[in-house]
Write a protein that binds this ligand. Structure first.
Ligand code: S3P
Length: 180
């Protein structure tokens, strides 16, 4: 099996801070920041809501897998993924090969507050977004947990504090720590 690469992969529910925290970590480590949703939108030329509305979620998931596959030669990147990336076993296998995987999580209340600030997420265009968050979180929690090498609860952390915690863990995972 090839050695895991020196990427940091951020997984977690919508609103868990993957992009903001990922950008900070990338800047501090001199890594490139990659966001699979941004990549997918750039390749397709349409926004996520439009892909969901016209082609459906299954097609979006195919594009998501193909965006992940396109990262197979990348190294020294912080990779932020869409919240549903853990749904497919083939994606979970791809994540394992990409590098050090961190699950960013937060309390349900905090997640709901954060996602409520943005109306761009098609999965939350329901009659009760709050209930949808509860249901999706319950279904996905075990999948995030199984895919992650580190779980970081960001409920009480600033983005800077969360970024610092990710870097401390990544240094250890990549054996960059010389002491001890
Ligand atoms: C999704 C999360 C979104 C985006 C799409 C589907 C999900 O990404 O990929 O709307 O299934 O949870 P973020 O987690 O970056 O919001």
């Amino acid at each position: 099996m090839p050695a895991p690469r020196t990427n940091i992969v951020l997984i977690g529910f919508m609103g868990s801070g993957k992009s903001s925290i990922g950008r900070l970590v990338a800047g501090r480590l001199g890594f490139q920041f990659v966001d699979t949703d941004t990549l997918l939108v750039a390749r397709d030329g349409r926004e996520i809501a439009e892909i969901f509305a016209r082609d459906g979620e299954a097609r979006f998931r195919d594009m998501e897998t193909s965006a992940l596959e396109s990262l197979d030669t990348r190294d020294r990147c912080v990779i932020s993924t869409g919240g549903g990336v853990i749904l497919r076993e083939e994606n979970r296998a791809l994540l394992r090969g990409l590098g050090f995987t961190v699950w960013l999580t937060a309390s349900e209340d905090v997640i709901y507050q954060r996602v409520s600030r943005n109306t761009k997420r098609p999965l939350l265009h329901t009659s009760s977004p709050r209930e949808t968050v509860t249901q999706l979180l319950a279904a996905r929690r075990p999948l995030y947990e199984a895919a992650a090498q580190l779980t970081l609860d960001t409920t009480a952390l600033s983005h800077a504090q969360a970024a610092e915690a990710v870097m401390v863990a990544a240094r250890r995972a990549f054996s960059w720590d010389t002491a001890g």
